[in-house]
Write a protein that binds this ligand. Structure first.
Ligand code: AMP
Length: 404
């Protein structure tokens, strides 16, 4: 569907044109009219579906012509990276509309805090905030939320996973009772429904198939022993020397730096990112990766949700993610909005069962990639072998034979 059919103002259509968005994605098609007609919304949509623009566009449309700077819309998100990314998308889409926004997040210095405080005191049309930092500002008493008309919780499932349940409710207690509420989540676990019941009023529900990776992703799996992982990784990277943007996910911070060091010794340009780095350092690494000065980013799961980096050629799961849904999120970094990409997973015998649950979730057998013979024997993909049933010796039917 064309954006012009969705009732958006010409200024927004022009910005969409500049950004090269030609057609609305399915979540945009469904969410935009509902938000424009002031309905509450419960949307189950993963990152990569265009969900951010799905809520920003109609909000911007409502803000066209607003003259004061009172805080009109509050967007709450789990991480500072997502806050910054959404703020950037607001700036892009509102290029021809005069709208002010501010990202409020922790981890910065005193100057950053004062700048955030000033924005909250003066007012901005849209505030995008992480829960903890927003509460610290709210507790200091200078934030006026009396004019908030829209509350958006993005990646609400992730916020609950991170333990923000109580903080969210505290923040909501500062908002006017009459407002429009939009809840976006990648998954719909029971606790999400509980939150939805508390916050939303007769919401329109949108469910996109959350467990299906985008169709443009070529997935592959190597079954390997742990000691073969590095070799297979180097082999895969050497086969794809022309790729400019590769993310590798691993299970722990320690491994991030081990793998990064190993890649350096093999002559690859790679950088690690994890919560070990402070805010500035993380942003610096992300900036260099975005601008393709570093082609390989090695990360823990912190990055797998929400962060939008365009044109990823390849996602490598050095370890199988703990949660099958996280696999979909991780590989969702590639093939965004109808482009093509690749995802390779390295699976050791211990992780085979978990990998099977991923295949069950995505309802697809991931094609097996061949490990070069010189790397030695590889494990067989075997899962779910139940214990052999005990055999009962049945008595033979009929009369027992008489023994002599
Ligand atoms: P999101 O799911 O919000 O993280 O968006 C994924 C990416 O798709 C972002 O880079 C958006 O800028 C981009 N995008 C969103 N909507 C569209 C669209 N209708 N056409 C092309 N790209 C889009």
């Amino acid at each position: 569907m064309k954006f012009s059919e969705l009732g958006l103002s010409s200024d927004l259509l022009q910005a969409l044109d500049y950004m090269g968005f030609e057609k609305a994605t399915p979540v945009q098609e469904q969410a935009i009219p509902a938000i424009l007609s002031n309905q509450d919304l419960l949307a189950c949509a993963q990152t990569g579906t265009g969900k951010t623009a799905a809520f920003i566009l109609p909000i911007l449309n409502k803000l066209v012509g607003k003259e004061d700077s009172k805080i009109n819309t509050l967007i709450i998100v789990p991480t500072r990276e997502l806050a910054l990314q959404i703020d950037k998308e607001i700036q892009g889409l509102s290029y021809f509309v005069s709208v002010g926004s501010m990202a409020i997040y922790g981890g910065g210095d005193g100057a950053g805090f004062n700048e955030q405080k000033a924005a909250l005191v003066e007012g901005r049309d849209i505030i995008v905030a992480t829960p903890g930092k927003l509460l610290s500002h709210l507790n200091l008493g200078y934030v006026n939320f009396d004019h908030v008309q829209h509350l958006i919780l993005d990646e609400a499932d992730k916020m609950l996973d991170m333990g923000f349940h109580d903080d969210l409710h505290k923040i909501i207690s500062y908002l006017p009772k009459k407002r429009q509420n939009l809840l976006f989540s990648a998954t719909m676990a029971p606790k999400m429904h509980a939150l939805a019941r508390k916050i939303l009023h007769s919401p329109k529900e949108i469910r996109l198939s959350i467990s299906k990776p985008a169709a443009g992703i070529a997935q592959g799996v190597y079954f390997v022993f742990d000691e073969q992982k590095d070799k297979v990784l180097v082999h895969s990277l050497e086969e794809r020397k022309e790729y400019t943007s590769i993310i590798l996910f691993t299970s722990s911070k320690d491994k991030v730096y081990q793998i990064t060091r190993m890649l350096h010794t093999k002559g690859f340009k790679a950088k690690g990112i994890s919560s070990n780095l402070d805010q500035e350092e993380r942003e610096e690494v992300l900036r260099k990766f975005r601008s393709k000065r570093i082609p390989i980013l090695v990360a823990t799961d912190v990055l797998s949700r929400g962060i939008d980096i365009k044109d990823i050629n390849l996602v490598i799961n050095y370890d199988v993610p703990m949660d099958a849904e996280d696999y979909v999120h991780r590989i969702g970094r590639t093939a965004r909005a109808n482009t093509k990409g690749e995802a390779i997973t390295l699976v050791n015998p211990k992780d085979m069962r978990r990998f099977k649950s991923i295949e069950n979730l995505i309802e697809k057998e991931v094609p097996v990639l061949k490990v070069p013979e010189e790397f030695g024997e590889t494990p067989k993909y075997e899962v779910g072998k139940s214990k052999p049933k005990r055999k009962f010796h049945r008595k033979p039917k009929g009369k027992p034979k008489k023994s002599n």
